[in-house]
Ligand binder design. Structure first.
Ligand code: UD1
Length: 417
């Protein structure tokens, strides 16, 4: 087990390169199952979740070569359509193999992911959509059993906006017979990235990035080489870390157009933000003002940035309300932030944060991926030394975070306990 030891108080300054997006890379890797030709992905981040997805694909019979940020997947010899519990339980996004397996092989057996620390997160909408495409689905012994000799295009309306649900249905629809219309589709940039890659494999898709995605099924997809988009959540996390510490951080190799709601909130907090074609610079102009946050699907403010902004609000001037509308249990960072001296009250899905003049270092425990980023940010601000335990959560989604922070001047060390 490893932990981070952080001495707060140094303003972060300099520039940092954004890594490839975890949430784009996971569905992209799964999409390689749709073809018997090799698919090459570039800019794949080196993260624990990516390793889990690669293990799952290998378990299904894919040949995978991983070389740094390049991953080549050959799914020509897939010999199993079963994603077992041991792999799925470690990462919910494993459900993303359901659509491609069903579309190419006519069957799939995927373990139900179960709950996770931030909420129940059911997959009923994935199942509802697959049924609309003609799959017969039964739930037995904790597994989704799906079968359909040939999926048929259909109109699918999901009850709520779901990111991986939209991705799964998109991957199922590309090889279905006829036209599929996905209504109430998620508009996240990661979905646009997946659609772009599928199109480069020969898929016929339009409307990605809007609430209605239209797919005309094709008989076969071919191999491609595709570079994963930049991680907008990682980029946003570094910008917040820079502002929270009173610094000046530029994130390069990113897509500022996907950071709109995050940049708006940084401006509202009183930071100076300048954007270029593929970079964003956020510079502190003094103590930040508290900003209200309400998490909503893209293009609204992302739930994956809620915890980081709460960390910023804890030391801002004034009080703020942070409302989490996507996940029911995404305030687990609150008791940890309180250990640093933050003034936060929770009432239902709203947290009221009253800014304090300073935080003081303390031992902390990470509870989930984005919460761990918030704790790192708060620890970088806090006076004295903090430790962040259980950083395997951080390693699931942030590539070399402490090295990147160190390059910006942070006093941070990874130590073995
Ligand atoms: C994805 C992201 C995650 C992000 C989330 C919301 C990946 C790998 N993960 O997660 O980082 O926090 O989007 O932006 O991309 N729901 C149902 N039934 C379903 C599907 C979802 O009730 O079948 C509910 C969920 O419980 C949640 C809401 O819908 O309350 C949104 O979830 P969803 O968009 O599906 O999140 P994920 O795709 O799991």
């Amino acid at each position: 087990m490893q932990k981070l030891v952080i001495t707060g108080g140094t303003p972060l300054r300099g520039s940092v390169v954004a890594s490839g997006a975890k949430n784009a890379a996971l569905p992209l890797l799964a999409s390689a199952l749709l073809t018997d030709e090799p698919v090459v992905f570039e800019n794949v981040p080196e993260l624990a979740d990516i390793t889990t997805m690669i293990h799952l694909l290998e378990d299904l019979g894919c040949k995978v070569q991983r070389n740094g940020h390049r991953v080549e997947i050959d799914a020509s010899a897939v010999n199993s359509t079963e994603a077992n519990y041991d792999l799925v339980k470690t990462m919910r996004a494993s459900i993303l193999v359901l659509g491609p397996l069903l579309a190419r092989f006519g069957k799939a057996k995927v373990s139900l992911p179960g709950g996770c620390s931030i909420g129940a997160r059911p997959v009923d909408q994935h199942i509802k959509g697959m049924k609309a495409l003609g799959a017969e689905i039964s739930l037995e012994h904790g597994y989704v059993n799906a079968a359909s000799p040939k999926l048929k295009g259909a109109k699918i309306l999901t009850d709520m906006v779901t990111v991986t649900g939209t991705e799964n249905l998109l991957m199922a629809a590309v090889l279905a017979e006829g036209q599929t219309i996905i209504e109430n589709a998620a508009r996240e940039p990661e979905i646009v990235d997946l659609a772009r890659c599928l199109k480069s494999m020969g898929a016929d898709i339009s409307g990605e990035g809007t609430v209605t995605i239209v797919v005309n099924g094709v008989k076969k997809l071919h191999g491609t080489t595709y570079s994963v988009m930049a991680d907008r959540i990682e980029a946003g996390s570094f910008l917040v870390a820079g502002i929270a510490t009173g610094g000046d951080v530029t994130v390069t190799h990113c897509q500022p157009e996907y950071l709109g709601s995050v940049i708006d909130k940084l401006l509202e907090a009183g930071a100076e933000v300048i954007t270029g074609d593929d970079w964003v610079r956020a510079r502190s102009l003094g103590r930040t003002k508290a900003v209200d946050i309400r998490t909503v699907p893209y293009p609204g403010f992302p739930t994956d940035m809620q915890a980081q902004f709460m960390a910023l609000d804890t030391i801002s001037e004034g009080a703020s309300h942070i409302t989490e509308t996507i996940f029911e249990n995404r305030f687990m960072h609150v008791p940890e932030l309180q250990r640093l001296g933050a003034d936060i009250n929770i009432d239902g899905n709203t947290a009221t944060v009253r800014g304090v003049a300073k935080l003081s270092g303390a031992p902390l425990m990470a509870t989930d991926l984005r919460a761990s980023a918030a704790l790192v940010i708060a620890a970088l601000v806090a006076e004295g030394e903090s430790t962040v335990d259980r950083i395997y959560h951080l390693d699931r989604g942030y590539e070399k975070m402490e090295e990147k922070l160190k390059a910006l001047g942070a006093k941070i060390e990874r130590v073995n306990k």
